[in-house]
Unconditional design. Structure first.
Length: 465
């Protein structure tokens, strides 16, 4: 009963909050359709998106898009869920690719198959890993807007020279990566770390470290045919043991934590501050390096893997665009915004050049014109070209499952327990597998109950996973 009352209270807050917005978003004339569009960005990305939306509005006089910041990432999506349950959802929303299956399973997204067919949007025109995130149970619930290739290896060429390493020859295997890391590490007389060669756990989320290094050792984390979670794959265990060995060789977790205590964000990132000689980088992080350390002699190249592993550990994430459940009567106009940003030659190119995000649409002229044209020598375009190479060869994507967010949380917890020594890699990953498997079974029961109650209609405010 407490949960029900909380949900009702939250619903009342959302209805109160969003209906006044409706009155301010009136069309300039009766034949103009006004769309509400929720996005997850602040700062420069929000400013750049506003420019993209202004261009769409300019070229689509019968549609007026109003963009509103509303975080929809994992752990921040309850406002969206309540807006759907309350019948006041936005017309279009950005969805992290890893969350599409979960949201589709909850019934808060509309299938797009018919709209795609009418607009001539073809999934074969997208990079396969990007598209893979958008389908669930053989239906399409989102269209990829921006591909996020993860990761590149970046290195400080000056540090390589100081350590007697060839600055043009990065490590290609896990064995070489470890060897380089030790040569690049500098300690003071007390043994405290002054500069670290490489830190495999320096990533935005602990689950990413488990996935990326597990793949680097040849592990698999999900069996799509059987829908089994396989994070305790012996090769994933081996990868976690490698992380622990490297941590212990640096002096243990306490010494690493002491070193990490000086880390900051943006301009204070350790690689930018020259406190870290090698790092793994996603595209926004690489752009920060160029922005805040333009004099850093930067090397950028492929991620190393264990010798003998055939498939690289690089993988694709990124944002998608979707139409929330709830008939607002603007589905065709909403999909036109999606089509223009995700499947139009002009729109995808404009978005790439403005927001510096790689299109998931492989037919975008940005790839053929800008990466090799007059703009090719600009620092930000050179970076995008390096990540385009990752995009072209990457084959992996985070497990597509309705409990993907829960899975990522369990992998993060497993890594924490491994690093602090409270569990062995075998124990931590086995526990993660068991917990996410139990959650998957619970999600299936919730889905069955929802279909019984409302034939696909969200019966209650969905619970976050």
């Amino acid at each position: 009963m407490k949960n029900v009352l909380l949900a009702i209270a939250a619903l009342a807050v959302v209805v109160y909050a969003f209906y006044p917005l409706e009155s301010r978003w009136n069309a300039s004339s009766p034949d103009v359709t006004v769309l509400q569009f929720w996005h997850p960005w602040t700062g420069q990305y929000a400013d750049d998106l506003a420019e993209v939306i202004a261009e769409f509005n300019r070229t689509h006089p019968k549609i007026q898009v109003n963009a509103l910041f509303m975080p929809t990432g994992a752990g921040e999506n309850m406002k969206f869920f309540v807006s759907v349950a309350g019948g006041v959802p936005p017309d279009v929303v950005f969805v992290d690719g890893a969350q599409v299956a979960s949201w589709a399973n909850m019934g808060v997204l509309c299938p797009l198959d018919d709209l795609m067919a009418s607009a001539g949007v073809d999934k074969t025109n997208y990079f396969e890993p990007s598209w893979k995130q958008c389908e669930y149970n053989n239906r399409v619930f989102a269209v990829p807007a921006a591909a996020d290739p993860n990761f590149a290896l970046v290195w400080n060429k000056d540090h390589f020279r100081q350590a007697g390493l060839d600055p043009e020859r990065p490590p290609r295997t896990i064995e070489e990566l470890e060897e380089y890391a030790h040569k690049l590490t500098i300690r003071d007389k007390k043994g405290e770390i002054e500069r670290l060669g490489f830190l495999p756990t320096f990533v935005p989320h602990g689950s990413i470290a488990v996935l990326t290094w597990g793949w680097a050792f040849g592990a698999e984390f999900y069996n799509e045919k059987t829908r089994e979670f396989t994070c305790d794959d012996p090769r994933a265990v081996e990868a976690m043991k490698w992380i622990m060995r490297l941590q212990n060789e640096y002096g243990g977790q306490e010494r690493i934590l002491n070193f990490e205590a000086g880390f900051g964000f943006s301009a204070q990132e350790p690689f930018i501050q020259r406190d870290l000689s090698m790092s793994i980088a996603y595209i926004a992080y690489a752009q920060d390096i160029v922005r805040f350390a333009p004099d850093l002699d930067l090397g950028i190249g492929p991620m190393p893997v264990k010798e003998g592993v055939d498939v690289g550990c690089e993988w694709i994430g990124g944002w998608t665009m979707a139409i929330p459940y709830g008939d607002r009567g603007h589905e065709k106009e909403a999909f036109e915004l999606i089509r223009w940003m995700c499947a139009d030659p002009v729109g995808t190119r404009y978005m790439a050049l403005t927001m510096k995000l790689l299109p998931a649409y492989r037919e975008s002229p940005f790839f053929s014109k800008d990466l090799s044209g007059d703009l090719a020598n600009k620092p930000d375009i050179r970076l995008m070209k390096a990540f385009y190479e990752i995009l072209r060869r990457a084959q992996r994507v985070r497990p597509v499952s309705p409990v993907s967010a829960y899975y990522m949380t369990e992998l993060m917890r497993a890594l924490g327990r491994i690093r602090n020594g409270s569990k062995t890699p075998e124990e931590a990953l086995k526990e993660a597998r068991e917990r996410v498997t139990d959650e998957w079974h619970r999600s299936q029961k919730r889905m069955q109950a929802r279909h019984v109650q409302g034939a696909g209609k969200p019966a209650t405010v969905p619970s976050e996973q």
